[in-house]
Design a protein around this ligand. Structure first.
Ligand SMILES: N[C@@H](CCC(=O)N[C@@H](CS)C(=O)NCC(=O)O)C(=O)O
Length: 229
């Protein structure tokens, strides 16, 4: 329960999931205390009957707010944005808002689905394990080249200027995963690397919430009780 008697939000998440990471950043920016419900994707927990009742497609993240269950990071973030206006995640300027939607959708529709665990397992089975990395790197490269062009005239400290918005929530976990998990070479992606990178997001979150600490290896943020946030 929260201090005003409402049930705490619950987030079904996996620490390595970039889609869950987007929502964790949004919840942090909006300043929520929420219950973390881990779903271990490598152990197949997303396919258990219990989790499929939460999200029938078997993906994290999923957010529970009272009786409402919302799956899909974009839907969750838009819901949080409309319900809880503190720290707006979208700029007022219409053109800048459109750039934010475009950047978020390049990541969530044209990059991440092609590197999803289910897809990589399929490629491994049908083509062979050696085919996975080139496949992922090709699609990250294609998406990042488009993002680089899209953002080069808009970027400031963050993706679309000097404030942190929706595009950053999608970019930071994607860039983080590209480097750490898929060994993607960021040379030639200067705009993305300098603005979208985790350092900015983490520094910002840490300055807002001094109770948080960051694990330098996993880049997970933890609170004083050592719980992942
Ligand atoms: N469009 C969905 C995609 C969700 C998704 O693909 N989640 C991945 C983790 S980032 C997952 O749960 N994968 C499990 C699997 O492939 O079995 C969103 O943005 O939330």
């Amino acid at each position: 329960m929260t201090s005003n008697g409402e049930k705490k939000l619950q987030l079904y998440s996996y620490h390595r999931s970039s889609c869950s990471f987007r929502v964790r950043i949004a919840l942090n920016l909006k300043g929520f205390d929420y219950e973390y419900k881990p779903v271990n994707l490598l152990k197949g927990e997303q396919k258990t009957p219990e989790f499929l009742k939460v999200n029938p497609i078997g993906y994290v993240p999923a957010l529970v707010d009272g009786d409402l269950v919302i799956a899909d990071s974009f839907a969750i973030i838009m819901y949080l944005e409309e319900k809880y206006p503190q720290h707006p995640l979208l700029p007022r300027d219409l053109a800048k808002k459109a750039i934010n939607y475009q950047a978020a959708n390049i990541v969530s529709a044209s990059i991440q689905p092609l590197q999803n665990l289910d897809v990589l397992n399929y490629i491994e089975e049908k083509v062979g394990p050696e085919a996975k990395m080139p496949w992922v790197q090709k699609h990250i490269g294609k998406g990042f080249a488009a993002l680089e062009k899209l953002l080069q005239n808009h970027a400031g400290k963050y993706a679309t200027g000097d404030d942190l918005f929706l595009a950053d929530l999608f970019l930071a976990p994607q860039i983080h995963g590209a480097i750490k998990r898929f060994n993607f070479d960021m040379v030639g992606h200067h705009t993305l690397f300098s603005v979208g990178c985790m350092r900015h997001i983490c520094r910002y979150l840490l300055s807002k919430m001094p109770c948080l600490r960051i694990n330098q290896t996993t880049l997970l943020l933890k609170d004083n009780n050592n719980s992942v946030v």
